[in-house]
Design a protein around this ligand. Structure first.
Ligand code: AMP
Ligand code: GLY
Length: 431
């Protein structure tokens, strides 16, 4: 089959790599992709936000499956455009993507489906916000209702900071604080059936020890040796089943990856958020360990036929991804800094360098007119992903390979996957 991956980040690179390993996948294409994806896929200069253009590209290359990676095109209805063109697409409709596109909608769905989650209030005025902050108490959790690339959430003990964040948003959701280690569960869904992948953990804060502002994710690992047996089954039963049923009832069946972000609290797993796509970098180690064919799985989901393929399987051992970010991230990012050492790092056994924000620029000063340099082109630039015998081994390998890569202003955490209990980003260190 031919697969078109829509997007340009680390998630799409990890997907393209895993798809290229599926013997049933003859060709991988990407729109627009990035320099790393270009090593395993044909790149097409098409705007991922333009549904008609994506559908036209899919038709012209004879794609059997389109996988829409990021949330922005999903929320904008790009999957609908592809589906209307009669092409199988893995990714929710615009209506179903509201599970991520609106925090208030997703809280409503959770409430109606009886999903265990934090108590919350949706607020539009400063008085409502103040009342909600007092009702739930500190630590305060204030979320911008709109899409904010993982950066619209403030968790703080400082009431003034919570009020100030709310004042900058049109509508916010104020929540009860959930205490416990976080984890991500990616569930491949066909609208009715959900198939969980192996859980992962994402380190969201910019600095070591879970300090500093939230980012889109600075590193991840899988599996989670500390997660109690039976947790995935519990989440499938208490969260995923009821949510898929409620989405069907609303006439917006969820086809794609339901990303369940959870906290393992004293009273069991509770949902922090839903996203409508794979998480990045959290899905990177998961895909590194996947041993069953990804193309077949995603196509079956897209075609409402998940029941016909076996459950996904994973290799023993573990995988770790360490993100290399550019100067200024997450507030800003730096473009055009020359990146060195990617080839060497990629050449290390069991290591993949995943591209997120990179581009190639002509570098004729080297004397070779065709010579090009890899440069930074975004906040998260690369991730170094390694597979090992266990989390510690994978982590050691990832950092050894990451040490080979340099660019001006490089930021990375030194403690990704270092805490086996996974409580690094936990309550004590937040805000
Ligand atoms: P979200 O965009 O909803 O995932 O929030 C970003 C991050 O804020 C999460 O990964 C958590 O670390 C934190 N967070 C969000 N909601 C809560 C909550 N109710 N309790 C504790 N931490 C939260
Ligand atoms: N790593 C968090 C996200 O993808 O939203």
């Amino acid at each position: 089959m031919k697969v078109l991956v829509v997007g340009a980040g680390g998630r799409e690179h990890a997907l393209a790599l895993a798809l290229s390993l599926d013997p049933a996948v003859a060709e991988v294409h990407a729109a627009p992709g990035n320099p790393g994806i270009g090593e395993v896929a044909s790149l097409h200069d098409v705007d991922p936000m333009d549904g008609a253009a994506v559908a036209a590209l899919a038709a012209s290359i004879g794609a059997d499956l389109v996988v829409v990676g990021p949330e922005a095109p999903l929320v904008a209805g790009v999957a609908d455009a592809v589906r209307e063109a009669g092409i199988s697409v893995f990714g929710p409709s615009r209506d179903a993507a509201r599970l991520e596109g609106s925090k208030a909608f997703s809280k409503d769905v959770m409430a109606r489906a009886g999903v265990p989650t934090a108590g919350s209030r949706t607020c539009t005025t400063a008085d409502e916000v103040a009342a909600a902050l007092d009702a739930f108490g500190a630590p305060h959790v204030v979320k911008d209702d709109a899409l904010a690339a993982g950066k619209g959430v403030v968790v703080t003990n400082d009431r003034d900071e919570a009020l100030a964040h709310a004042a900058g948003c049109e509508r916010v959701v104020v929540e009860e604080f959930l205490d416990g280690p976080e984890f991500s569960l990616f569930v491949v869904c066909d609208g009715e059936v959900g198939r969980p992948l192996q859980p992962a953990q994402d380190f969201k804060r910019i600095f070591d020890g879970g300090r500093g502002p939230n980012t889109g994710g600075m590193g991840s690992y899988s599996p989670l040796p500390w997660l109690p047996d039976g947790t995935v089954e519990l989440v499938m039963e208490q969260v995923v089943g009821p949510t898929l049923a409620e989405m069907r009832r609303l006439g917006a069946p969820f086809v794609g990856c339901l990303y369940v972000g959870l906290a393992l609290t004293a009273t069991g797993p509770r949902v922090i958020e839903f996203n409508c796509r794979f998480g990045d970098p959290d899905v990177q180690p998961v895909l590194a360990l996947l041993t069953s064919p990804l193309g077949e799985l995603l196509r079956a989901a897209a075609e409402g036929d998940l029941g016909s393929v076996p459950a996904p399987t994973f290799a023993d051992g573990a995988a770790v991804s360490v993100v290399l970010a550019s100067a200024g991230y997450p507030e800003t990012s730096s473009k055009g800094d020359v990146v060195r050492g990617v080839g060497r790092a990629n050449g290390v056994n069991d290591v993949d360098v995943i591209h997120a924000g990179t581009s190639l620029v002509d570098a004729p000063e080297d004397g070779d007119p065709g010579h090009r340099h890899l440069v930074t082109a975004g906040g998260r630039v690369l991730a170094v992903r390694a597979v090992g015998y266990d989390v510690e081994d994978a982590r050691t390998r990832a950092y050894a390979a990451a040490d080979l890569i340099t660019f001006d202003g490089l930021q990375r955490r030194s403690d990704i996957a270092a805490e086996p209990l996974g409580v690094v980003e936990g309550a004590a260190s937040r805000g």
